[in-house]
Design a protein around this ligand. Sequence first.
Ligand SMILES: [Zn+2]
Length: 479
Amino acid sequence: MENRFEKKQLVKKSENFSQWYVEVVLRSELADYAPVKGCQVFRPYGFAIWENIKDILDREIKKAGVKNAYFPLFIPEKFLKKEKEHIEGFSPELAVVAFGGGKELKEKLVVRPTSETIIYEMYSKWIKSWRDLPLKINQWANVVRWEKRPRLFLRTTEFLWQEGHTCHSNYQEALEEAKRALKMYVDFYREYLAIDGVFGKKSPAEKFPGAEDTYTYEMLMPDGKALQGCTSHNLAQNFSKPFNIRFLDKEGKERFVWQTSWGITTRCIGAVVMVHGDDQGLIFPPKIAPIQIIIIPILDGKNDKVLIDKAEEIKEKLTNFRVEIDKRREYSPGWKFNQWELKGVPVRLEIGPREVKEKKVTLARRDNFQKIEIPLSLLSQKIKETLDSIQKHLFEKSSQFLKKATREVFDYASFKKIMEGERGFVRAFWCGNPECEEKIKRETKATIRVLPDKTPEEKGRCIYCQKPAKKRWLFAQAY
Ligand SMILES: [Zn+2]
């Protein structure tokens, strides 16, 4: 079959980042555009990463005593209206169902943009006493938020995620749960996706509609724009009051529960693509790579059986890894090298007649293109070392970039100049006035991304209005 991309070189990441991103996602077969604008198809290779991500996080979520459940896709419109900020925040992006079974519905149904309202309606029935608390439920689901400027993985009208929803008998416990979830995401990004970032709290204007506080992990993409990696909300009693989620405490007094919700979406795959990829294509961190090792027997038409047998034998020995063999005869070894580099497989093993004779393989690293020869007797150990080293190397590169692209700025002229040029994170004093935040956004397209955790109080002046300010926040243009 003719490959529609075969003849054309991949656009260079350094030359046209946004086009590179689209090409690499399509050509590596992670995803494709769906017939409905704003929607995307997760192809098997892209869905396999999501499955790996799900496995890792699902384990962590269960470890924290949270159980999985599933709630319906449709939510009565009136539920969303119960929390004023919530409906105001979401109404521009809602998909609404007005007809069902051939009839106009008496009450319109919203396709869930998030599930607080439907889950909390149920919680109000299930929770009666302090003995029912804490209640901690998670669901893996799809949600719909109508997207006017869609981008594969990063902004899609329908996306996949998990959403955790917990209820507690007191404020402190809920706050700790919101922070636990945040830490889970931070560790996940750093340890598995190998992307460094900054975690902390959102400004009131940027928080989740209806939350008391929103915590987040913000990362920088190679074009200097920030990407929000997850959110964890301390909802306080903002939902339990309108949804009437009450419990009798140990003294027999009726109280409203304290709540959290937290989520991570398929956009984290977009972050992996952007952060680690290069001019040749994707580079997957080994811990989430759908295929960690691709074995390529260098078929020549003469020794094919011996080479394929050897490849099979090696694969059998690598049971601890995700391994595939490319046995196709219709493609040349060089074509295959390019293809698997494009697909970001961390390690390639080459086996030719010489390797068979000398009882070794040639190993090529995707991250730095280094090639080494390994005696078969040491294969498993060397592969483990190499994958660990790639994982570490990718994180270090991401860390270095984050440091380099974060700047301390004390005057607005410099702030503007940075946002017109290289962008990145700018750390600057802000007085807390939403008007300054709004004007900065209008004039530079930069928003407040996060107040980094443990930011000390200092004496300074607001980057915009020059009035006294106590804390320095991180600003950036964002995806
Ligand atoms: Zn100000």
